[in-house]
Design a protein around this ligand. Sequence first.
Ligand code: ZN
Ligand code: ZN
Length: 148
Amino acid sequence: MTSQDNELDKIRKLCDQAGMKLTPQRLEIFKELLSHEDHPSAELIFTKLRERLPTISLDTVYRTLASFDELGIIKKLNISNARTLFDTNIEQHHHFICTKCKRVEDIHWPDFDKANLPESVSALGSIQTRHLELHGICNQCLNKKNKG
Ligand SMILES: [Zn+2]
Ligand SMILES: [Zn+2]
């Protein structure tokens, strides 16, 4: 069993539990998502899918991604200054965003996740999730710049 089969098995179960019918279109959307290691936008998924599913609409893609997000299969990212992106990695992690090419990379920072929050933060209320957004210039863009 490949890891993709495992993922498909997982999504079938989740849809079943949520009473969501896993239509062939939804399955294709999910497969397309899995083929993107990075953080695809709904528009990108739609553009890729249309090559093999000419009848699919952007609206269907949006609605399906929103449902997947509600089911916890994927995670909708709220990154400032970026169009809505989706993450197939739902484990706790953070993001590095290149301000030049808009690339979004995963960052793992277990020490940060476990760190005690400053009192000024706890004073605001109960914190449920932590998501760091680091902005900078990625190495690819830095290298391009150096080459002129
Ligand atoms: Zn970059
Ligand atoms: Zn991510």
